[in-house]
Design a protein around this ligand. Structure first.
Ligand SMILES: [Zn+2]
Length: 451
């Protein structure tokens, strides 16, 4: 298999004449991140027109959208997207979790190459998160039709249901069902309209009792690729058009309580206090110090602090706070947590305030597949586009897809790193660049994968 791949890589230029021709033309034309080569296969203007139309579903006066998963706006947008799929010649089906699949036959009996994203949003979200990857996937199909290209693998565009998960507080809902990791008790959760998630699935034309049938068996998909906006500022600052995602970070959550002694703020001398908030404040700084103490791109955050009793004239007796750590390497997260615990023990001694922490949850990191990553790099290079390897600090449907297929993600820049906001913006040439890299990645994977 390895030898086969190597041979393929060497003869790729002859195996893909259309790609190699356009790659040299694109390389000559590449002057900067916003440059779009005329040798591109996808049509940026056509893609933009569909993205602008999609942004009318759930549009807010401020320009962004509120298109929650399982809502009237989402239902209408899904109809529009399914129409685009049919217009591109795809055979559309919806699975029991509401995930939309658009199928294009291949010339050989192989598992499908799956690519897509989501079209639901957070409340007062933007017009690029999820939408870019979803509609670029359909643009890839249109571009293949334009160039009369048939692939060996069947191709399947996917739009996952309720990725943001604001509605029913269940993120990456559709892809969790596909990965077989969804806790089906969420189907009984009720929203403020009095409807359960199961009710909404029925509105989407599905039988909630069939939810387990949405599971995709490992090996049933040849590879999964998702194009997405970065939602951070790394690419925008570096002026690099393409991010090659190394993986989606693992996230650890802990809940900690500093227990001091609540007492009169006027009569208790400073050297006799057991101030829970002073200890917790030192703990916040200790988290930052521990995360910064080792090289790497790991991040750590204290995002919640609840102080009791919470009065200006009472020394805080109790401070409860969260700790969140993220990194691509799960072992590193655990090492940093050990260091934090040592630092907390020292603070407890200094302040005479015990700090106790409880592990709440740990989301394992999802590594991108090395072959898929290399293919995305090659696709970017062939299009004359600079790229940067980077982790994804945010969660995506791709982390679930990694459970049943080799996974890769392509990032495009988010202006000023703003996302989940009406100000979310990716310059249109960057959107086109991402779609073209997706197009080339799919064709290269079709050549490189033999299963
Ligand atoms: Zn997203």
């Amino acid at each position: 298999m390895r030898a086969f791949l190597l041979a393929l890589a060497v003869c790729l230029a002859t195996a893909l004449p259309a790609l190699s021709q356009s790659s040299s033309a694109a390389a000559k034309n590449a002057h900067g991140p916003a440059q779009v080569s005329s040798a591109f296969h996808v049509q940026g203007a056509r893609l933009r027109q569909t993205l602008e139309h999609l942004s009318t579903f759930g549009r807010n006066p401020d320009g962004g959208v509120t298109r929650l998963g399982f809502s009237a706006a989402d239902m209408a947008a899904r109809q529009y997207v399914m129409g685009l799929m049919r217009d591109a010649g795809l055979t559309v089906r919806v699975d029991p979790a509401g995930n939309i699949f658009g199928y294009r036959a291949g010339t050989e009996k192989l598992p499908a190459l799956l690519f897509g994203s989501h079209i639901d949003s957070v409340p007062h979200g933007g017009n690029f998160d999820g939408d870019v990857g979803s509609l670029s996937a359909i643009e890839v199909i249109r571009a293949l039709n334009d160039h009369k290209i048939k692939t060996r693998h069947p191709l399947e565009v996917v739009i996952w249901t309720n990725e943001e998960g604001f509605h029913f507080r269940v993120g990456v809902f559709g892809s969790s069902a596909a990965a077989g990791t969804l806790d089906s008790s969420v189907l009984n959760r009720r929203d403020d309209q009095g409807l359960t998630l199961a009710d909404w699935l029925r509105k989407y034309g599905q039988n909630p009792a069939d939810i387990a049938k949405a599971k995709i068996a490992p090996g049933a998909v040849a590879a999964y690729v998702e194009l997405h906006i970065e939602q951070g500022a790394v690419l925008d600052r570096a002026k690099i058009p393409i991010g090659v995602v190394e993986g989606i970070v693992g996230i650890g959550w802990w809940n900690c309580v500093a227990t001091g002694f609540a007492n009169h703020a006027g009569t208790t001398p400073m050297d006799q206090r057991r101030d829970a908030l002073v200890a917790a404040s030192k703990a916040v700084l200790a988290v930052r110090q521990a995360v910064r103490a080792v090289p790497g791109r790991q991040v750590g955050t204290v995002g919640i602090m609840k102080v009791e009793p919470g009065a200006p004239n009472i020394i805080p007796g109790r401070a409860e706070f969260s700790v969140e750590l993220r990194d691509l390497d799960a072992a590193k997260v655990h090492r940093i947590w050990s260091d934090i615990q040592k630092r907390f023990a020292q603070i407890s001694k200094e302040e005479n305030v015990p700090i106790e922490c409880k592990a709440l949850d740990f989301d394992e990191p999802a590594k991108a597949n090395p072959l898929v990553q290399q293919t995305i790099r090659d696709a970017a290079r062939s299009a004359g586009l600079a790229y940067l390897d980077m982790p994804s600090g945010a969660g995506h449907d791709a982390q679930n897809a990694a459970r049943f297929a080799p996974m890769g993600m392509i990032f495009v820049p988010s202006r000023n790193g703003i996302s989940h906001s009406p100000l979310e913006f990716t310059p249109w040439p960057d959107v086109t660049n991402g779609a073209e890299v997706l197009y080339r990645s799919i064709l290269l994977l079709d050549q490189r994968l033999n299963h």
